[in-house]
Design a protein around this ligand. Structure first.
Ligand code: GTP
Ligand code: SPV
Ligand code: MN
Length: 596
């Protein structure tokens, strides 16, 4: 195939990678519908995808991964900065030349027997002032199909790149060459995995995994790890945040961004179907926000992605009807969920289970067996354009002005339903000390409380202390009135029996209502040691049957519980040494004094 570009650097790189990895052929992806159809047909042929029943799921597919390749691999993720100190205490580091030597040997011949796909893509609107290009080379057709959903990709991007546009080189191989005489397996991958980032040269090298966050390199690798480095250098923010537009019954519009760790509620809040009459929530992004200061000094957010890669379990008409509507329009790829006998999908949380399913492991499944039908990190991948609540501003390269930033995590105890920061620095402190129970989105133990600054722990592409400094200094360079107000939320606090104190989902609009009242200078709030917390009477519970004691418990700030956090936060801050902003130590000291 002749290359459909005259971009010299790109042509050279593609040739070098092909020489190294030795694929059967090189395919330049144009992003067309017919290409997508051809690739998904091939994937059905090889058994990677199973076509779902079009009566239930038009143009949709079911994929099952190798059982070892189900989540992000944080232990195998590396920030290969030239200087080890720049990776900081929270990232794995290997010297760039050493990593490149190791991975070059892994890549040698790795694509034998496979096609090598070249995917030109753009994160954010193509008509942005400074479009953020990337090119992913991959030997996985599943990755190509998923990238077509998740990014703006193909011929239009390649044309916009011209002959000399800068782009991020993103190389991916599943690391499973097909030897002559061998047949392929449905989910090729390698037990050896590397997800490596080279921040200085803005390159990504991924090897051994086909799972989303490890293989769709425009997402976490580019839009967070590499982009956070660009953002540090250029004075903006690349964040693990949802973006919504909230309109009150009076027609007042507010834009809110929210950072919650993986599998802690961003997609659900982004698609919220408000329980309070007259309120409207529109979706702009569910996972990543790029935020820059506009000419008016306000912070404007863009969603760089074009699709949703959402957690399936727990998604249902009662919890996230807009996700169900988005998926009902078809064009989705479901990975590691269960398949019903009539070719639909099912997962835990979707009402009563059918009498029989094929589970994510491919086994025959019945409800009595006691096993999960779907992997806890099973995912749906679907174009965001199909979301019925997509805001018209989604495609605007200028983004939307952010009025409030939410930080939140999954905490059974201690953290109240909502608290408002006193000011920007206090808000950065709340983000810096954010804690959450680990989830199945990454391999490793689930349910362990860890600090996850701004929900970015696995995604900061440089020293986390420098990252916190960047947040502090952005606040200094902006006027207080223009800065978003910062809030801390926790939908996941439990009662003594282990039940959620707060109903969550559609009811979260009641918390957003209080937040917008605070933005308007209204809404009651009590000073507490940890910030401004609404008295129960300030949360609108009209039409909600929630025992008053439960709301009070959800909002409670228990000084003993918070005193128990102090040594944990101190220990966390000590990891940053000299790099921890003095302003954050001062916030911790002030909290300690208020709790004494
Ligand atoms: P990533 O895509 O991994 O970054 O995750 P996310 O932050 O988008 O998480 P998502 O919205 O997919 O939610 C993850 C899980 O939390 C799902 O099982 C949801 O059903 C559940 N969840 C989301 N919001 C709420 C809530 O308000 N209350 C409760 N109890 N559970 C929730
Ligand atoms: C996350 O883990 O935060 C995700 C899914 O959004 S992944 O694309 O795998 O990173
Ligand atoms: Mn995420």
């Amino acid at each position: 195939m002749t290359a459909p570009t005259a971009h010299r650097d790109l042509l050279t790189w593609v040739r070098q990678v092909a020489d190294l990895t030795m694929p059967d052929r090189v395919v330049w992806c144009d992003g067309s519908e017919s290409e997508y159809r051809r690739l998904t047909d091939e994937l059905v042929e090889t058994g990677t995808l199973v076509r779902l029943n079009p009566d239930h799921r038009p143009a949709s597919f079911w994929a099952r991964t190798d059982p070892s390749d189900v989540a992000r691999v944080e232990e195998r993720t590396f920030i290969c900065s030239a200087d080890e100190a720049d990776a900081g205490p929270t990232n794995n580091w290997v010297a760039p030349d050493e990593m490149k030597r190791t991975m070059t040997e892994l890549y040698r011949g790795a694509m034998r027997g496979r096609a090598m796909y070249v995917i030109p893509f753009c994160m954010g609107p193509l008509n942005a002032e400074d479009p953020k290009f990337g090119v992913e080379i991959t030997d996985s057709a599943y990755v190509v199909a998923s990238m077509r959903i998740m990014t703006r990709m193909g011929g239009a991007v390649l044309a916009a790149m011209g002959t000399d546009a800068q782009y991020v080189r993103a190389l991916h191989s599943v690391g499973a060459p097909i030897e002559p005489g061998d047949t392929d397996v449905p989910w090729p991958c390698s037990p050896t995995k590397y997800i490596s980032h080279f921040p200085e040269s803005r390159e990504i090298w991924s090897y051994g995994s086909g799972y989303g966050g490890n293989s769709l390199l425009g997402k976490k690798c580019y839009s967070l790890r590499i982009a956070s480095v660009l953002a540090r250098d250029e004075g903006w923010l690349a964040e693990h945040m949802l973006i919504i537009k909230v309109t009150s019954p009076e027609g007042r519009v507010r834009h809110i961004a929210g950072a919650f760790p993986s599998a802690c509620g961003k997609t659900n809040l982004a698609m919220l179907d408000p329980a309070l009459p007259g309120w409207k929530v529109e979706t702009i992004g569910d996972d990543i926000a790029w935020m820059r200061f506009g000419p008016d000094g306000r912070l404007y957010a863009v969603n760089p992605e074009a699709g949703l890669f959402g957690v399936a379990p727990g998604t249902d008409w009662t919890t996230n009807a807009n996700a169900m509507r988005t998926l009902a329009r078809g064009n989705a790829i479901f990975t590691n969920v269960a398949r019903t006998d009539d070719g639909d999908v099912w997962w835990e949380g979707m009402g009563e289970p059918p009498a029989h399913l094929t589970s994510w492991t491919g086994d025959s499944w019945t409800p009595s067996g006691g096993e999960l039908s779907s992997h806890p990190n099973s995912r749906f991948c679907v174009p965001i354009g199909q979301c019925p609540t997509l805001a018209p501003e989604y495609d605007d390269p200028r983004g939307v002005p952010i009025d409030a930033i939410l930080f939140g995590g999954r905490r059974k105890t201690t953290v109240p339903l909502v608290a408002e920061a006193r000011d920007w620095t206090h808000g950065v402190y709340l983000g810096a000390t954010l804690s959450s129970e680990t989830t199945a989105a990454a391999t490793g133990e689930v349910g362990v409380v860890r600090r996850d600054p701004m929900a970015m722990l696995p995604f900061i592409g440089y020293h986390a202390g420098d990252y916190l400094n960047h947040w502090i200094s952005l606040g200094k360079s902006a006027s207080d009135a223009a800065l978003p107000k910062i809030f801390y939320v926790n939908w996941f606090r439990r009662d003594d029996d282990g039940g959620f104190l707060w109903p969550g989902f559609a009811e979260n609009i009641r918390v957003l209502k209080w937040i917008t009242e605070r933005l308007d200078g209204r809404g009651a709030a009590a000073e507490t040691p940890i910030g401004l917390v609404p008295p129960p009477s300030a949360i609108d519970v009209t039409g909600l049957s929630l025992p008053p004691a439960a709301l009070a418990a959800a909002l409670e700030v228990d000084a003993d519980e918070w005193r128990a956090e102090l040594p944990l936060i101190t220990e966390w801050f000590e990891r940053f040494g000299d790099k921890l902003p003095a302003a954050l130590w001062a916030e911790l000291d002030a909290l300690r004094a208020r709790l004494a």
